[in-house]
Design a protein around this ligand. Structure first.
Ligand SMILES: [Zn+2]
Ligand SMILES: [Zn+2]
Length: 390
């Protein structure tokens, strides 16, 4: 077995590269060598090589072992499968127009693509993304909606063939229908055979003599397609629905891409969400807190009562079981936590002020100003007490 190339050399980066540099270098090379894109027969081997280098260098633990012990440190510790485990190539390459190339057949890892399964499957249409914004109330109740998705479909007039109905495409004479041009060259090392897409038919193997008028012979049309979606109750911000086969078409007989509907849940003015629980704050008056009260609070789907006991302190949290968000798995709902904040009375009327002054005196926080009449009354009581004691 020939010696393996240095992973840093494979990616063309210095040994002290940052994680970001490693990712950048990998993406750039993947663009060039991805087997779905490149005509170069050596591309697949090269792609495998850069993917392995990326799998190792993007994982801090594997990178450290490699830096310390080289390939021996990696080979002794990890199987080929382990090497690629945990690397999400699909995410890394999404949006490159690979037609979901890294995940052909759906759910297959890049490992399957190289080492089994997945081989020889036809290309798929591109995956599409659609963003939708919903309210917290909609996230709680779930939502059925129709979205308008612009996508590429097979032309309905020619059913994707590109040929005007009633006419047929002819076999390309240049490549005799194979779509590939093979060229043999004699070199000092022996005969080298290279194959590339036929330039005359663009690799399709067929020539359209009379193009379909509706798609100008491309076989594909852009269409805004109305698609029904069902967002389940309890959905969280950032989660997505995957609608299999609702993405772009790649041509007749080929699998469509998938449609990813990415859900954003807008922040709510009243409720803050923590997983399936909701938090809210509500003001209560100083007298309600001191005397106790039945408090009515808003919930996501109506109202609820809280019994606030006498002597409640500010910051006390009351829990309303089951009044939070529904759980996605259908296992009931979270709780609503209501935190009370005591409002200090302000803008007092004269009477309110007097009552509070009296209360302050009652609490011993303030000396009462005595009137002359009260003074003489108190003096009189004091005298009476004194004479009684003597
Ligand atoms: Zn057409
Ligand atoms: Zn051809």
């Amino acid at each position: 077995m020939p010696d393996k190339k240095d992973y840093y050399e494979v990616l063309g980066i210095p040994r002290d590269s940052s994680e970001k540099d490693i990712k950048g270098a990998y993406r750039k090379l993947a663009m060039k060598y991805h087997p779905d894109r490149s005509e170069d027969p050596g591309a697949e081997e090269k792609f495998k090589e850069i993917s392995e280098a990326y799998a190792v260098l993007s994982d801090p633990e594997k990178r450290q072992k490699y830096d310390q012990f080289g390939h021996a440190g990696i080979n002794s510790q990890y199987s080929q499968e382990d090497l690629f485990r945990g690397v999400n190539f699909e995410d890394l390459l999404r949006g490159f127009g690979f037609g979901g190339g890294a995940g052909r057949g759906g759910g297959e890892s890049i490992f399957d693509m190289f080492f089994g399964g997945g081989r020889g499957q036809p290309a798929r249409g591109r995956d599409l993304r659609y963003d939708i914004d919903i309210t917290l109330e909609q996230a709680a109740s779930g939502l059925e909606s129709t979205i308008d998705v612009p996508r590429t479909e097979n032309c309905p007039t020619c059913h994707g063939s590109g040929a005007k109905p009633g006419t047929s495409p002819t076999t390309c004479s240049n490549c005799r229908g194979t779509g590939q041009i093979t060229r043999a060259q004699n070199t000092p090392f022996g005969q080298m055979v290279t194959s590339s897409a036929c330039p005359k038919c663009g690799g399709r193997g067929q020539i359209i003599v009379t193009p379909c008028a509706d798609c100008s012979g491309s076989g594909r049309v852009r269409k805004n397609r109305k698609i029904n979606i069902k967002i389940p109750p309890g959905v969280e911000d950032g989660q997505h629905l995957k609608l299999r086969g609702q993405g772009d078409s790649a041509g007749p007989g080929m699998e469509n891409g998938d449609l990813y509907v990415v859900i954003s849940v807008r922040p709510h003015p009243l409720f803050q969400r923590v997983e399936s629980d909701l938090l809210m704050e509500t003001p209560i008056s100083f007298t309600q807190a001191a005397l106790g009260t039945d408090l009515e609070v808003a919930t996501l789907n109506g109202r609820a009562k809280i019994k606030v006991p006498a002597g409640t302190q500010t910051g006390t949290i009351f829990r309303l079981r089951g009044k939070g968000m529904p759980r996605l798995q259908g296992l009931g709902s979270g709780d609503l936590h209501v935190k009370v904040r005591i409002k200090t009375p302000s803008a007092l009327t004269e009477r309110q002020r007097q009552l509070l002054e009296a209360l302050a005196v009652e609490f011993g926080e303030k000396r009462k100003k005595q009137t002359e009449k009260e003074k003489s009354l108190i003096d009189k009581i004091v005298d009476e007490v004194k004479s009684a004691v003597q």
